[in-house]
Design a protein around this ligand. Structure first.
Ligand code: HEC
Length: 165
């Protein structure tokens, strides 16, 4: 028993020292710095953001990205990305609801009859099941309006949205 206790204490000490700032930061800095060259540069994303219709042009992309954490267990957003529990969302703006080939939608979404734009997405994301009863997207919703704006701006920038000419 005594040895077990000692082992636990030793493990805790190791864990704590591994988290200490000095050791960690200098070792980790090179790892995230030269990440594999992004296809779209930050400058291009900032320009795409600025070109969005209001209020999305004021969106906070980094907050949008962190809100996308709610979605990523079920959705990919990259071009040609796989369907998971939910369909791939690349090109979703301007796409008829429930129309991505190869994905098995619920009747509710198939019959929705609208095309995805920011306004529909805003209602959908505040409560999918109130907006489209019968959907199989089991997601409670994002209740903060500003979070929805930031997430929609992020999705527009990331999923190939093109403003109407
Ligand atoms: C638990 C899994 C899950 C989570 C989390 C989730 N979704 Fe979904 N999503 C789905 C499913 C399943 C569908 C298909 C719904 C249907 O057919 O009724 C869907 C459909 C959609 C659609 C409609 C796509 C189309 O082609 O018509 C959009 C847009 C969408 N989700 C966006 C989001 C966003 C943005 C988030 C994060 C805030 C999110 N979803 C979180 C599972 C999820």
């Amino acid at each position: 028993m005594r040895t077990v206790k000692l082992a636990v204490v030793a493990a805790l000490c190791l864990a704590v020292s591994a988290c200490s700032k000095d050791g960690g930061s200098s070792a980790e800095a090179p790892a995230d710095a030269p990440a594999s060259a992004p296809k779209v540069t930050d400058a291009a994303k900032a320009a795409a953001l600025a070109a969005l219709p209001a209020p999305y042009n004021t969106g906070d992309l980094s907050n949008g990205q962190s809100k996308f954490a709610f979605c990523r267990s079920c959705h990919t957003i990259t071009e040609g990305g796989p369907d998971m529990t939910g369909p791939n969302l690349y090109g979703v703006f301007g796409r008829k609801a429930g129309s991505k080939p190869g994905y098995a939608y619920s009747e509710a979404v198939k019959a929705a009859g609208f095309t995805w734009d920011a306004e529909h997405l805003d209602k959908w994301l505040s409560s999918p099941r109130e907006f489209l009863p019968g959907t199989k997207m089991t997601f409670a919703g994002i209740h903060d309006a500003k979070d929805r704006i930031d997430l929609i701006a992020y999705l527009k920038v990331e999923t190939g949205y093109k403003p109407a000419p």
